[in-house]
Design a binder for this molecule. Structure first.
Ligand code: SF4
Length: 451
């Protein structure tokens, strides 16, 4: 599971930006304009752009959605399945390769080298080593794979054996992202996670020994049952492992999670086991304050990187600078030269469309220049630092002037520091960056419904 760039976001949810308690709704801003403005009517735009030649200098990435998990975590809002048998998994992987094939034949994609690849979920490590070989080989046969700069693979510790990691390394994975989330077995169990802490340490040791270029550890601040004492312990154990990067998300409660349903049934406005937003921000701030003196640098409002490892997150950085992304798999999201696309989110429909040789697209949105500018600006702001000249060069826009009022408010709230060529979020601003972003949305996209 990677929450940083969800490709299967919640389907029905509304923002909860101003609530101090963790209420129902989305907090995380994954894209712009909001998903609720993407439509079926815009699909011809997507089909048309696929027939165009690519613009020069736009990098290309590939996302593959593996929607299988051993158990459904109680906070999970992704499109995942816990009940598929081996034959159904094979059928899905075949459909995924058919989709890759369709893209490989489209003039927009044909012949372009893959710059970055992301296996996300769900749980990509749910697949067997043999299935992984088939999937990687199938992709490599269809698209130009000349060792992309980054190949990320998400792994759930309880699904990993040593041989699987060896296979992944051989297949070209450069960035292994471990869904640790917490080190307390009590909290892992309460939140419905399938793995336990001994599996984390075992997998981490194998991964280091096998020599992945980068190991990322994912944590969640604010899982049900979290306490200050346990959180400090989690950060200490994370620091002891010395991963190349650490990603920390703040627990949110979109509508279709187990916890959200429990709350609704109980007629409550929040889940009593989930901390308030100020507490979660304090937990993330504590992690930053502890890890930075131990040799980590801030890479975004969610990510720290170990200085000595010079770790990067190419998938994130390229997407946030306008790269193209082929999004494959049920409910996946992609971005094609200014057109957002999302696949159908029903298993049967996805398989049937590909069986018939049809695109499995469900909705799309063509951005204009203003949309593209705002999208890049708010996404890059999540890194905590905005290069003003970049927007002048790329969009001929002085974003300092264009959004003058919003910057002034951020400064007054002690969330922003300004230099002539760069705006930086303060630590306080960075810890709550997602709730700051809607103020930059165009008026027509100011909405209570993000997805
Ligand atoms: S591991 Fe849990 S959070 Fe991640 S996709 Fe599966 S069910 Fe969702």
């Amino acid at each position: 599971m990677t929450l940083s760039l969800p490709t299967t976001p919640p389907r029905e949810a509304a923002p909860a930006f101003d609530q101090e308690k963790t209420g129902l709704g989305n907090y995380f801003i994954a894209n712009y304009p909001p998903f609720s403005f993407w439509t079926k009517e815009a699909l011809p735009e997507a089909l048309a752009v696929l027939q165009c030649p690519p613009k020069p200098d736009v990098r290309l990435g590939l996302y593959l959605h593996i929607p299988f998990c051993r158990k459904r975590c109680k906070f999970c809002y992704f499109r995942v399945y816990t009940d598929k048998n081996a034959r159904e998994v094979e059928t899905y992987l075949n459909a995924l390769l058919k989709e890759v094939e369709l893209y490989s034949q489209a003039p927009l994609i044909a012949g372009r080298p893959l710059d970055f690849v992301y296996f996300g979920g769900g749980t990509p490590s749910y697949l067997s080593a043999a299935q992984l070989h088939e999937l990687f080989d199938g992709v490599k046969r269809r698209l130009r794979w000349e060792q992309p700069r980054e190949v990320t693979f998400e792994a759930e510790p309880g699904t990993v054996q040593r041989e699987k990691l060896v296979a992944l390394k051989e297949l070209g994975v450069t960035r292994l992202s471990l869904g640790v989330e917490n080190f307390s077995d009590r909290i892992l169990e309460e939140n419905g996670r399938a793995h336990r802490s001994p599996e984390i340490f075992r997998v981490y040791e194998w991964a280091r020994e096998i020599g992945f270029a980068q190991i990322n550890v994912d944590l969640i601040a604010g899982m049900v049952g979290e306490t200050w004492e346990n959180w400090r312990d989690c950060i200490r154990k994370t620091a002891d492992l010395q991963p190349d990067s650490i990603t920390i998300y703040q627990m949110e409660l979109p509508f279709n999670t187990v916890y959200s349903k429990e709350m609704l049934q109980a007629g409550q406005g929040t889940h009593e086991g989930i901390a308030s937003w100020p507490t979660k921000r304090a937990w993330v701030a504590y992690a930053y304050e502890t890890l930075i003196p131990l040799g980590y640098d801030v890479s975004s409002g969610y990510t720290l990187v170990r200085r000595s490892s010079q770790a990067k997150f190419i998938y994130r950085d390229e997407l946030w600078h306008g790269a193209d992304l082929i999004g494959t798999g049920v409910a996946s999201f992609g971005h094609l030269q200014g057109v957002h696309v999302q696949n159908v989110d029903q298993w049967d429909v996805y398989l049937q469309r590909l069986d018939e040789g049809q695109w499995p697209l469900n909705r799309a949105f063509r951005m204009d220049a203003e949309d593209a500018l705002i999208r890049e600006m708010i996404l890059q702001l999540k890194t905590g630092s905005l290069d003003l000249d970049y927007f002048q060069q790329k969009y001929q826009t002085a974003v300092a002037d264009r959004f003058r009022e919003a910057w002034s408010h951020l400064e007054a709230e002690r969330c922003l520091e300004r230099a002539p060529d760069r705006y930086r979020l303060t630590r306080e601003g960075l810890m709550q960056v997602d709730r700051l972003l809607p103020r930059f949305f165009a008026e027509k996209y100011q909405t209570t419904r993000y997805t």
